[in-house]
Design a protein around this ligand. Structure first.
Ligand code: SF4
Length: 468
């Protein structure tokens, strides 16, 4: 990176501090789901659900990492895990029994927590229960998240997963640097990771690796060494995401000294370094996803006529695709409505014990017409990596972009002056290479659920009901 570009990036990271922006796994983000939909309505929408992506949440972890923003439970005795599988079975019965046919899915993801922390017997039992209610398409992706630890992911467990039908393993690596890992209370050995990924690939799994930048004590040298090793290991897909430091929400993050965190400019350089290092072998898609050009992973964006979008399952084809979430805190999106299961484990067990849906009251959100337009722009165009096509917006939603978003245009033009966007006043608005560092800030400009007073030029209207 040239000195001039580095200076520019430094200035812009001070102006648009991405630390404060939401990650945008949904639009609106889940903190703005505040409706209280009757459970009977949710049950009805589930009864007519024909196909959906499926997420199964397994919250148990061997240790808790300080940087973690996931919903997780420390340890988990074998009997706790058995009881949890009992509860998942009950949830599937409540949500999916009594139908004429099974729910069809082309994408199931077991996330957590650490799903690989289940024993082989438990994995086999849970998979059997899932298969009673859910049918997989022949090309379905069946995925499991794993901690790269041979005590958790054994060769025998990988063989079982393969036999059952899993075809995709996602390893959370984050970084290999010992000091960085120690500061987040995590252990990830380079040789062990290399061995496990090699084994998984040799068995035919598609392998994803998650990396995290912006971690404590992570400088350019530390992250560069991690990237060098990852490129040699050559997973099929890499997701590089920024660390989100919210100690008020995630109290364990208080164990991370504030002064150990790289400043926003360094965070931007870390992201830039990941893009540079991966450019030779990987296709960059959307805001954080890299697909190996000679790997087993395919991606909607690489297939002509198809596009990717960001959602709770990562970067996938359609945000309109329904999502069935199972397990404590799991998110569902069914029939244009988001809802979330209760997070406390005892409450989850309690509701299912009473044969009630474990959905949290007051945390649902039915997408309105305005949400759908903004969802398209935020999750498909900006986070999914495709330009904002004003003609396509008109064809799909019947609105004139320049009129409908007249309030946002002033801010977009200002961002264009800063070099983040091109074509604000043309039919196609594109995020520039520089703008990729600030894609969540650009998305934020379209988010009517936040009243921003941080950006002086933000004249975003807040009339989200105008199309209702
Ligand atoms: S980062 Fe993963 S392994 Fe660590 S506590 Fe969170 S869910 Fe568990």
């Amino acid at each position: 990176m040239s000195h001039a570009l580095a200076n520019r990036l430094d200035f812009l990271t001070r102006k648009y501090n991405e630390y404060n922006q939401p990650m945008y796994l949904s639009y609106p983000v889940d903190t703005h789901w505040r409706q209280d939909t009757p459970m009977s309505e949710i049950a009805t929408s589930l009864s007519v659900l024909g196909s959906a992506q499926v997420y199964v949440h397994i919250p148990f972890c061997r240790t808790i990492c300080y940087y973690c923003c996931c919903d997780r439970v420390l340890g988990g005795k074998e009997e706790d895990k058995e009881l949890y599988i009992d509860a998942l079975e009950k949830e599937m019965e409540l949500k999916l029994s009594g139908r004429a046919s099974k729910l069809v899915t082309d994408n199931m993801h077991w996330g957590g927590g650490t799903p690989a922390y289940l024993s082989e017997v438990q994995i086999e039992r849970l998979y059997g229960s899932v298969s009673r209610y859910i049918e997989f398409t022949p090309d379905a992706r069946i995925k499991l998240e794993a901690y790269p630890d041979k005590r958790i992911v054994t060769a025998s467990k990988l063989r079982l997963l393969k036999k059952l039908g899993f075809n995709y393993i996602s390893f959370g690596v984050q970084d290999f640097d010992k000091r960085v890992l120690s500061a987040i209370h995590r252990d990830c050995d380079l040789e062990e990771t290399r061995e496990l990924i090699g084994l998984a690939k040799s068995m035919g799994f598609i392998v994803n690796v998650d990396l995290c930048y912006g971690l404590p004590y992570q400088g350019l040298g530390e992250f560069e060494r991690t990237l060098q090793e990852i490129v040699k290991i050559a997973p099929d897909k890499i997701v590089a995401f920024p660390y989100a430091h919210y100690p008020a929400v995630y109290p364990l993050q208080r164990k991370i000294p504030l002064l150990s965190l790289p400043n926003p400019f360094i965070v931007s350089l870390l992201y830039d370094m990941a893009r540079q290092y991966l450019a030779a072998d990987y296709e960059e898609l959307g805001s954080d996803t890299f697909i190996h050009r000679n790997g087993r992973e395919t991606h909607p964006s690489l297939i002509p006529g198809r596009r990717a979008a960001r959602d709770f399952m990562g970067s996938s084809e359609e945000t309109s695709h329904d999502l069935l979430g199972l397990g404590k805190s799991a998110v569902s999106k069914v029939g244009g409505m988001y809802y979330k299961n209760v997070a406390p484990l005892d409450k989850y067990h309690d509701l299912l014990g009473k044969s009630q849906l474990p959905v949290e009251h007051g945390r649902t959100h039915a997408l309105n017409a305005d949400d759908l337009i903004r969802e398209e722009i935020i999750l498909k165009n900006l986070l999914g990596g495709s330009p904002i096509d004003k003609a396509a917006i008109r064809a799909q939603f019947g609105v004139d972009f320049d009129v409908y978003f007249s309030g946002e245009l002033a801010l977009l033009r200002s961002m264009e002056k800063d070099g983040l966007l091109e074509g604000t006043d043309t039919p196609l608005i594109t995020v520039t290479e520089l703008g990729k560092h600030f894609v969540r800030t650009i998305a934020f400009a379209f988010d009517v659920y936040y009243k921003s007073n941080k950006m002086g030029e933000n004249s975003i209207c807040n009339d989200k009901n105008k199309l209702q």
